[in-house]
Write a protein that binds this ligand. Sequence first.
Ligand code: ATP
Length: 596
Amino acid sequence: MSKNTFREDEQLKETMNIKVVWRLLSYLAPHKLAVIKTMMLMMVVVAVEVMNPFLLKLAIDFFIEESYSVGLVYLGVAALTANLIAMLCSRHRVRIMAQVSNGILKNIRQKLFNHIQKLSFSFFDNRPLGKILSRIIGDVNSLKQLFNQSINNLIPDIVMLTVVVMIMLAINVRLALMSFILLPALVISMFVIQTIARKRWQKYRQKRSNLNAFIHEDYSGIRVVQSFARERHTSKTFDNLSRTSVSSFLSAMKISACFWPLVELSWGVGTIIIFWYGINLINVGDITPGDLVAFSGYIGMFWRPINNLSNFYNSLITNLAGAERIFEVMDITPDIVDCKSPKILPSIKGKVQFENVTFKYDKDGETVLKNVSFKVDVGETIALVGHTGAGKTTIVNLLTRFFDTTEGKVVVDGFNVKEVTIESLRSQMGIMTQDTFLFSGSIKENIRYGKLDATDEEIIKAAKSVYAHDFITKLKAGYDTDVNERGASLSMGQRQLIALARTLLADPKILILDEATSSIDTYTEMLVQDGLKKLLQGRTSFIIAHRLSTIRNADRIMVIDDGQIIESGNHKELMDARGKYYKLTMAQYKFLKDGA
Ligand SMILES: Nc1ncnc2c1ncn2[C@@H]1O[C@H](COP(=O)(O)OP(=O)(O)OP(=O)(O)O)[C@@H](O)[C@H]1O
């Protein structure tokens, strides 16, 4: 699968709108009580609002016409009290719903974050980090408005509309039917608009995601950008992406903006029709003037929820694209998952066996490992050497189950790695890869990452064993020195030493060091090797290194070439055999000698 870059739009699977909506609504389930409470509060508000025009009709048709001022005062006081209560209920409702909608967003974001963390390397390999961030932050935020509106307006507006329609029908059926005359045309136009708008909002979210991906990539590679003085070039790319994002937004907005004028036009025309028709009905004695005044109050209450509902519909269309993108990621199943009834790998000794392992990264891709078999005894140190791209890292990727074998099996202490839980397997392995990643925080915190409950003494001991202690204590704040994001304030070699201490602190039974000391100077490496020798005792370890002096003392050296083990033995045996290992060693020796 080719990597989706900032240059390409992410493709979404078509999902039915209604399914996405139901799925979104299911997040309301844990907040049932709060929603019911809000609805009850809203009922009070709706009842008072609906009552107001009726009180006006009473005032006009009875108290004013019959000059009964005491009744008018009572009516005024009752109306004022009812409206005050409604106002308090409304305030309380808004507060509850703010809590509910924020709770839902937190829940969705947490779920998405946890899910993405479990996804396989291929997920991360195939899309830029900026696009992933765009989903966790941008798309989840876009749901906020949707939830706020849906809870605050949707249900109350539907209730209000139903009650008002019933009252209008009760006042006068013909007048009421006249009010609904424009509705079918409005619904059809809205449907047409939404079909176009949804596509446009999807496009906008894709373009925004591309922009995020580019910003993330550019800032991550800022050293390369600046060292090649490519700032003008990247600014131009940014400008292009940003323009595309803005124009896709404007294009979507243009169509969405048709919603409100349409509703307002219908509202205006509808009101004119009612007054024209209502006056005719008064003239023939079908309704009283009070009925028409009350009706004109209800007509406002009829169109306002319709306006709100159309706003909600508009916001649903606008933000549904965000929800679709969130659910699409949630539905991706990791390539590597626990089998149906996995065993917990008991505390291992460290015996490893590869049985006829064949592997391809992609189904249709190249075969990277070809029928590889070997056995490693408890405590053995195995070195994997070979040309770039020969398949060394792939072997340890299969052992740690970052990928699954295409054929054959990988066995640890008699257990097929596919049949045990991933957590019980990986928690007994210490893996240090080429890209030494340090988290923002202090050196101490970074080393402690290997064992979260480690004491300061244990941390210092681990650092001492890899000869990191000396340079750490020379730093201004010692172990409390901040390493900045990704360890930017340290040299590559220093970062590797810290990562090495972190891996060793975890006290793994199987240790994997993939180019773990490649950036450390030869002298320090010699010291580190010395320290490692003691630490490797009793542990099975796999060491991958291009610098062959690093692995000279390994119990066994396996030479990988074109996905196969072509030589295996200790340094002396392989040198005596004068095969590939001998050639590689001599070539390196000559290179160093010529360079000296
Ligand atoms: N995630 C991946 N998806 C597809 N192909 C991959 C992936 N990782 C590695 N490969 C391919 O698999 C082959 C073996 O890669 P591997 O990383 O195992 O080599 P290596 O011997 O460790 O190389 P190096 O010494 O450069 O680290 C290479 O041809 C590489 O292009």
